[in-house]
Design a protein around this ligand. Structure first.
Ligand code: FSX
Ligand code: SF4
Ligand code: F3S
Length: 394
């Protein structure tokens, strides 16, 4: 069997090319990007290529409970490089209510058959919170409550991944007064599970987690809340392209004012980046082109990944400043006023500090999401300070 220069299975990669209709180059770029996202050492891209190309795809049972299906939408609407194809190629999706054409008894039988055939080996992905009040009567599928289904499906799973903030910590359905007793997967199961919070979560973080499981037979390193450390170890604020404006005291004071139009810091509009852990500014989000993440579009981060912040604090309330580490870039002594940290500068400083962030910027570029690092982003193109936006204490 032939081996390519990356150590992958050549025949397997040829088969992947055919299945997905993407070039070998794009496939290997994808593997490199996955390795970079997770901050894995040199050579991991080859292991990933080999595993994805040649291993049996893990069976995945995907449950839906209290949610909006935004998690699934964000997985399947991405386009670089045909992410939905990659996801569906990396896993064997044996049960998914939204995507299955079949319904009723047929689909429940398919779930039970897949669980029996892959006992102890399948991945259980849970999207949505679980209503626990009144014995869970507020969510039933195929005659079973979400509570019963979750416990049944988790019993023989090799690993459980809670996708989205709803499944990770309750999310929007658990907002006070939480009439259904919406709870997280870990609270219901009474153990820590892998969580990919975000409303919706970033599809690359999910795919990287699954690819890690496929390649190394285990989940990536998790923090105390079950979050993969590669994605949730830094505050949004630490890598934000507007951080230099924050440090220089340049703030948008109102939506649409001069500071807002010039891309100044959104802290005073309620940005929760200073108390929210997520890699949004470095991995970017969606496929609308360069700078595609909430703050870059001009809206404050609402802390959608963070329990106790997203859907809990008023959107325009000031964030708690939790920053204990230096930012990845500082304004220059003779700063061109209004110019924030370029993605290139972020990458250089992050790489010097050994942070994953730099690699992820590379990933965004590799995937064609950021055609010109540091250029063309509306939030980085300002020139002069806005009237009334000069230095003020946060
Ligand atoms: Fe929706 Fe998912 Fe938000 Fe929840 O994402 S995008 S409400 S996290 O479970 O479908
Ligand atoms: Fe960015 Fe928000 Fe922090 Fe300002 S407060 S630097 S907009 S994350
Ligand atoms: Fe959510 Fe804030 Fe990221 S709103 S998507 S955590 S920038």
């Amino acid at each position: 069997m032939s081996r390519n220069e990356h150590g992958g299975n050549g025949d397997g990669i040829a088969a992947v090319e055919k299945r997905l209709g993407i070039s070998r180059r794009s496939f290997l770029q994808f593997c490199t990007a996955m390795a970079a996202t997770m901050g894995l050492p040199k050579g991991a891209d080859a292991a990933i290529a080999s595993a994805v190309a040649s291993k049996k795809r893990p069976s995945v049972i995907w449950l839906h409970f209290q949610e909006c299906t935004g998690c699934t939408e964000s997985m399947l609407r991405a386009e670089h490089p045909t992410l939905e194809k990659l996801i569906l190629d990396v896993i064997s999706l044996d049960y998914h209510e939204t995507l299955f054409a079949a319904a009723g008894h047929q689909v429940e039988a398919a779930r039970k058959a897949a669980m029996a055939a892959n006992k102890g080996k399948y991945l259980l992905v849970v999207e949505g919170a679980i209503p626990t009040k009144d014995n869970g009567v507020y969510c039933k599928i195929g005659g079973q409550t979400a509570l019963e289904l979750l416990k049944e499906c988790a019993a023989d799973a090799a690993a459980v991944i809670a996708i989205g903030s709803c499944a990770s910590w309750g999310g929007m359905p658990s907002t006070g007064p939480n009439p259904t007793g919406a709870s997280s997967v870990s609270d219901v199961l009474g153990k820590t599970v892998a969580t990919i919070p975000g409303c919706p979560p970033n599809p690359y973080n999910f795919l990287s987690t699954v690819v890690h499981f496929l390649t190394f037979g285990k989940l990536p390193e998790l923090d105390g809340k079950g979050r993969p450390k590669f994605a949730y170890s830094r505050l949004v604020h630490d890598n934000c392209e507007r951080r230099a404006h924050f440090d220089a005291g340049r703030f948008a004071m109102e939506f649409g004012d001069e500071g807002h139009r010039k891309g100044y810091c959104l802290y005073k509009l309620g940005c929760k980046g200073p108390e929210t852990y997520s890699n949004c500014p470095t991995i970017l989000f969606g496929d609308v082109g360069c700078a595609s993440w909430p703050v870059a579009t001009g809206h404050p981060c609402i802390g959608c990944t963070e329990q106790g912040v997203g859907f809990a604090k008023p959107i325009h309330a000031l964030a708690e400043l939790k920053n204990t580490v230096p930012p990845v870039s500082y304004p220059r002594v003779s700063e061109e006023r209004g110019k924030g940290a370029s993605l290139g500068a972020v990458a250089v400083v992050a790489a010097a500090g050994g942070a994953v962030a730099g690699s992820v910027v590379t990933m965004a570029k590799n995937l064609g999401k950021c055609p010109s690092a540091g250029g063309g982003c509306p939030s980085q193109s300002a020139d002069k300070p806005a009237a009334g936006s000069e230095r003020k204490e946060p």
